[in-house]
Design a protein around this ligand. Structure first.
Ligand SMILES: NC(=O)c1ccc[n+]([C@@H]2O[C@H](COP(=O)([O-])OP(=O)(O)OC[C@H]3O[C@@H](n4cnc5c(N)ncnc54)[C@H](O)[C@@H]3O)[C@@H](O)[C@H]2O)c1
Length: 369
């Protein structure tokens, strides 16, 4: 993900009339092979395996930290203590306690902190948000939001830190994909108050990459059947997070159905926004979207289709704009509160599955349930 960020900053000039100039100047990684890649990035002046050297660099204002989940709390806190602002990666701490600590430290130190989630910056999700906020959908009937991967279907894929609880966290796939799934619902005020979780461990052993076999103990798939209150009505909201969803490669989707209309979008068909109308006949209408629905205009023409590097750049632009007080009502990155709320939901998901119960979600507790 560090390379993705470098790629976005490397073409910052593509953003039209953007108020803040940004340059990637310092990089830290423990792996020298990873680090040597950054030799090809002209703006980078400091390349180091010692993160303390990076944090001591007075020219660095903001640090983007993309590390395995068990390292989030330690490194996020050190970034804040060094007086830098932070763009953290999801899940913003390995568990609820870590997320509580990070959020509290950010507040106490008054730093600008956001968490990464880029998919909602695509024009499709932006239009979904617009449709919901317009009121055109009538009374909301149901919501589905999901993020689906499938490379873990291959049993010969060697294990890595993301497939081991000690590095990825007990929340498993929820921590990996859940923040992406919750960003838009939480921003729309859809904070579930109750849930039932279905969690699956499907492939439990993998090659360890050294000729042996390693235990793969994370949850591969999670479906959270939740309830949100919208206009005093309980509404079902299904959150789907899967690393083993056959045929899906980074498919992010959201669907919202109401009594007067509906809207759905999936990155599987990147350009297509589907809107539902019930007039003389019931019609799902497809609209082809181009680049022009991006929150931050770029030199790319309005008819051209955006992709992953584009939404990642839009997310970084939102971070920088909001930090500079120039968001101007546009969609912003995940806040520490939203990241913490996602942990309350995942924590209730773990409890629900372990005890096979429907759980109320308590957003103010300071300990895991
Ligand atoms: N926003 C997204 O779409 C997205 C996608 C993938 C991963 N992520 C998140 O990004 C984070 C990193 O995931 P990734 O896929 O880039 O992982 P990765 O394993 O590809 O990269 C992690 C890097 O951290 C380095 N590293 C490990 N320990 C270190 C230390 N102590 N000091 C310095 N460097 C160290 C490793 O050498 C490696 O290069 C995770 O939080 C993950 O959830 C986000």
């Amino acid at each position: 993900m560090g390379k993705e960020a470098a790629s976005a900053f490397g073409r910052w000039f593509a953003l039209n009339d953007f108020p803040v100039k940004v340059a990637l100047t310092a990089v830290c990684d423990l792996n020298p092979e990873v680090l040597s890649w950054y030799d090809g990035v002209p703006s980078v002046k400091l390349v180091t395996t010692d993160y303390k050297e990076l944090l001591a660099d007075a020219d660095v204002d903001v640090v983007y930290v993309a590390l395995p989940h068990h390292l989030h709390q330690k490194y996020y806190l050190e970034v804040l203590e060094a007086g830098k602002d932070l763009l953290g990666e999801k899940p913003f701490g390995i568990d609820l306690l870590a997320a509580l600590e990070i959020k509290a430290a950010a507040e106490q130190m008054g730093r600008f902190v956001r968490c990464s989630s880029e998919m909602p910056f695509l024009p499709g999700p932006q239009r979904v948000i617009e449709e919901v906020r317009s009121g055109r959908l009538g009374q909301i009937i149901e919501i589905k939001s999901g993020f689906l991967h499938s490379s873990d279907l291959d049993p010969d894929k060697p294990i890595n830190w993301k497939r081991q609880n000690q590095f990825c966290g007990e929340i498993g796939v929820m921590g990996d994909l859940g923040m992406h799934v919750l960003h838009v619902p939480l921003r729309l005020g859809w904070k579930p108050h109750r849930l039932h979780a279905q969690l699956q461990k499907i492939i439990t052993e993998r090659p360890d990459g050294k000729g042996g076999i390693a235990i793969c103990d994370t949850w591969n798939n999670a479906v959270l059947n939740t309830t949100v209150q919208i206009d005093q009505e309980d509404v079902p909201m299904t959150l789907e997070m899967k690393r083993i969803a056959p045929g899906e490669t980074n498919t992010w989707y959201i669907e919202v159905l109401g009594t007067q209309g509906g809207v759905k979008y999936s990155t599987k068909d990147t350009k297509a926004l589907w809107t539902f109308k019930c007039e003389k006949e019931q019609v799902w209408q497809r609209t082809d979207l181009g680049f022009k629905g991006m929150p931050f205009p770029t030199i790319t023409g309005g008819i051209f289709e955006p992709g992953f590097p584009d939404c990642f750049m839009q997310m970084l632009a939102a971070y920088v704009a909001e930090r500079a007080g120039a968001l101007a009502g546009r969609f912003g990155c995940v806040t520490p509160q939203e990241a913490l709320d996602s942990h309350y939901i995942f924590n209730a998901g773990l409890k629900s599955f372990a005890s096979q119960t429907v759980e109320n979600i308590h957003y103010h507790q300071t300990q895991p349930v």
